[in-house]
Design a protein around this ligand. Structure first.
Ligand SMILES: [Zn+2]
Length: 280
């Protein structure tokens, strides 16, 4: 199993981080991706990843909830760190839009997202996308950056343009903690992006299982990855506890029910998908 979204650098693990990490390794978690959220987490993410090379893989980015007063300085620090550490990063993230808590900086959130998506294109890195109550703007901006590339390549070689079209211009990534509609899922998969499935799938009254079962099984199984978003979003029967990567097993079991296969099959497929997307 690979946990494609784990905030193991956060304060919640300050007291027992090494024990938690050892426990994941013993429980069949092969690797985890540790996304940054702001300027301060550049240090914490890199620190834990340097201490666990080949196990914890770093991503850096400015999270939409951290786009508030002083965001320009935050973004400058994060962008500089992304460039400086390009070769060890497996993604830019987590980045995106969040209109749930606060819409004050809505326009700034969009601007920050655009700039980080362009940086991902420039540096050829996948993106880890956070979306809450902002699906329409999110899809519009992801497409806009795709078209931005089209405009550039139109002035270049035709053949480049043609090849770029096939690979979605290299802009690739995951919609993390997916819990949207069937239509949204189809648009995401159609753009060649992955969907990250976490604890939400196991929650009572959650429609996600129904949504997933309505999608083209073969396609979705090629474009889903497992994640925790730990320390948050622990799956049933650990709901409310501090989350750990090994709890993804419960998500894999639920996915196996949805797709009428075995948890081992789901684990093998999602591990392969995570390795393909993040190049680990
Ligand atoms: Zn997160």
């Amino acid at each position: 199993m690979i946990d494609t979204h784990c905030h193991i650098d956060e304060e919640a693990y300050a007291a027992d981080r090494e024990e938690v990490l050892a426990r994941q390794q013993e429980s069949g978690v092969e690797a985890m991706i540790v996304p940054g959220v702001n300027a301060a987490s550049v240090t914490t993410v890199l620190e834990v990843c340097h201490a666990h090379p080949g196990y914890c893989f770093p991503a850096l980015g400015l999270h939409p909830e951290d786009v508030k007063a002083g965001w320009e300085e935050q973004l400058a620090v994060v962008e500089e760190a992304i460039r400086a550490h390009r070769n060890e990063l497996v993604a830019i993230g987590e980045i995106g839009l969040d209109y749930y808590w606060d819409k004050t900086y809505k326009e700034e959130q969009k601007e920050v997202l655009r700039r980080q998506l362009l940086l991902a294109r420039e540096l050829n890195l996948p993106v880890i996308l956070h979306n809450r109550e902002a699906t329409e703007d999110m899809l519009t901006i992801v497409r806009e950056i795709t078209n931005y590339e089209l405009r550039i390549t139109n002035y270049g070689l035709r053949i480049t343009n043609y090849e770029s079209r096939i690979t979605n211009y290299g802009l690739r990534g995951v919609f993390h903690c997916f819990n949207g509609s069937r239509e949204t899922a189809e648009q995401i998969l159609g753009m060649g992006f992955y969907i990250g499935i976490g604890g939400v799938l196991t929650f009572k009254n959650c429609k996600l299982a129904d949504t997933l079962s309505q999608l083209n099984k073969q396609r979705v199984l090629e474009q889903i990855v497992l994640e925790t978003d730990a320390p948050y979003m622990a799956p049933v029967p650990h709901r409310g506890e501090r989350n750990e990567s090994r709890f993804m097993r419960h998500v894999a079991e639920r996915l196996a029910e949805v797709f009428d296969t075995t948890p081992e099959d789901i684990i093998a497929l999602t591990t392969r998908n995570a390795r393909t997307l993040f190049g680990i």
